[in-house]
Write a protein that binds this ligand. Structure first.
Ligand SMILES: C[C@@]1(CC(=O)O)c2cc3[nH]c(cc4nc(cc5[nH]c(cc(n2)[C@H]1CCC(=O)O)[C@@](C)(CC(=O)O)[C@@H]5CCC(=O)O)C(CC(=O)O)=C4CCC(=O)O)c(CCC(=O)O)c3CC(=O)O
Ligand SMILES: NC(=O)C1=CN([C@@H]2O[C@H](COP(=O)(O)OP(=O)(O)OC[C@H]3O[C@@H](n4cnc5c(N)ncnc54)[C@H](O)[C@@H]3O)[C@@H](O)[C@H]2O)C=CC1
Length: 310
């Protein structure tokens, strides 16, 4: 009975975290396409990046990142030079992460050992036993990040799963998250005390439940001020309460513009190039009614004259 109340522990997975690399030092050995992918991942995370690779071995993307974009903080145009690379980095600060993406299995293994001996987490692309962590298949939409991992069982399937998730994500999710982030920051200004934590959290949950993603993504700074007025009362106004009813839709439906009337009555059908179907419909109906009434008049007159035949 009790066992069902708690989440079942299923061993064998990796721990998926969002590693905060801002300002931390990362060493990347290699300069091929895999290294280029690693570079994007760690620079997206604001890491301080050192690359070691002879310029003759750099792929196009790596050259672009190093020489055009200048996103590599320290570049060494040479082969990896041994343990001293880890012990005596240029600024004396030890590396927080070591990545290798080279086509030399022997050297990869030795770099892995060097890093582990110094308690620096290491990833050797393509060699799971030499990885303290795996990379995953990633989605990035502004502040939103999704990582798919198969724990090394099927990287291609991780990539395919990522595509399925990508297609399922709402268009405006990144903007909605940005807006909610801003509202949370404003709430912290209004209610900064630690002891208000539970109430703050409950209130933010209510905002996210009462406002749809579309509405959140549409939330302006003025709207935020309105919503925050509910904080003291412990309420969350709805989108409609904040914005009021949208009247602009009503005159549009009730009162078409002169241009619209003109076009629908006297415009030319874009498909057959003939007179507007509206106008031809009206003319057709009028003509039909005229013919029908003439027919009935004639018929009744004929009947009348027949009936009047003695
Ligand atoms: C363990 C891990 C360690 C690590 O590198 O961190 C690892 C290991 C290995 N990859 C291999 C092969 C391929 N890897 C990919 C693609 C990706 N591989 C990635 C991660 C990982 N790869 C980690 C586990 C992630 C997980 O499972 O969740 C992704 C998700 C992220 C990234 O690398 O950035 C990225 C997709 C990004 C995207 O598209 O979104 C493709 C497909 C392709 O290239 O299109 C193939 C060919 C198809 C195939 O083999 O399945 C081989 C076999 C080599 C051989 O057979 O010789 C090994 C070694 C082994 O399995 O022993
Ligand atoms: N995990 C993954 O998603 C994948 C991993 N791989 C593996 O990743 C590794 C790298 O692949 P690619 O990027 O295609 O590289 P690549 O084979 O195109 O090039 C290797 C790079 O390493 C550099 N290099 C070689 N020896 C070096 C040394 N002593 N010091 C510094 N740099 C050195 C070369 O100059 C070159 O830039 C390979 O082992 C490959 O099998 C490949 C495909 C997918």
């Amino acid at each position: 009975m009790a066992a069902k109340e708690y989440h079942e522990i299923v061993p064998g997975a990796g721990l998926i975290l969002s590693w905060q690399l801002k300002g931390k030092k990362v060493l990347l050995v290699g300069g091929g396409p895999v290294a280029a992918g690693r570079l994007v991942n760690v620079k997206d995370a604001d890491a301080h990046l050192t690359v070691i690779c002879p310029s003759s071995g750099l792929c196009g993307e790596m050259k672009h990142r190093i020489y055009t974009e200048n996103v590599v903080d320290v570049y060494h145009d040479r082969l990896f030079g041994g343990a001293s690379e880890l012990d005596a980095p240029e600024d004396g600060r030890r590396f927080d992460m070591v990545l290798t993406a080279i086509d030399d299995a022997e050297l990869s293994r030795s770099i892995c050992h060097m890093a582990r001996a110094r308690k620096i987490p290491v990833n050797v692309a393509d060699v799971p036993p030499e990885c303290d962590f795996y990379f995953g298949s990633l989605i990035r939409r502004g502040p939103l990040q999704v990582m798919v991992s198969t724990g090394g069982k099927g990287p291609k399937i991780a990539s395919q799963t990522r595509r399925v998730i990508e297609r399922a994500l709402p268009e405006n999710i990144d903007n909605a998250i940005e807006r909610v982030g801003k509202l949370r920051a404003k709430l912290r200004e209004v209610a900064p005390e630690q002891k208000q934590g539970p109430k703050r959290m409950r209130w933010m949950i209510d905002v996210c439940e009462k406002w749809s993603l579309d509405q959140l993504s549409d939330m302006t700074d003025d709207d935020m001020e309105e919503i925050l007025k509910g904080w003291k009362k412990g309420t969350v106004p709805t989108y409609r309460q904040v914005r009021g009813i949208k009247w602009k839709i009503i005159p549009f439906i009730a009162l078409p513009t002169a241009k619209q009337i003109n076009k629908s009555l006297f415009g030319t059908c874009p498909v057959v190039g003939a007179i507007s179907p509206w106008l031809s419909g009206v003319l057709g109906a009028t003509a039909g009614a005229a013919v029908a009434s003439a027919f009935f008049v004639l018929r009744s007159q004929t009947r009348h004259s027949l009936m009047s035949v003695p």
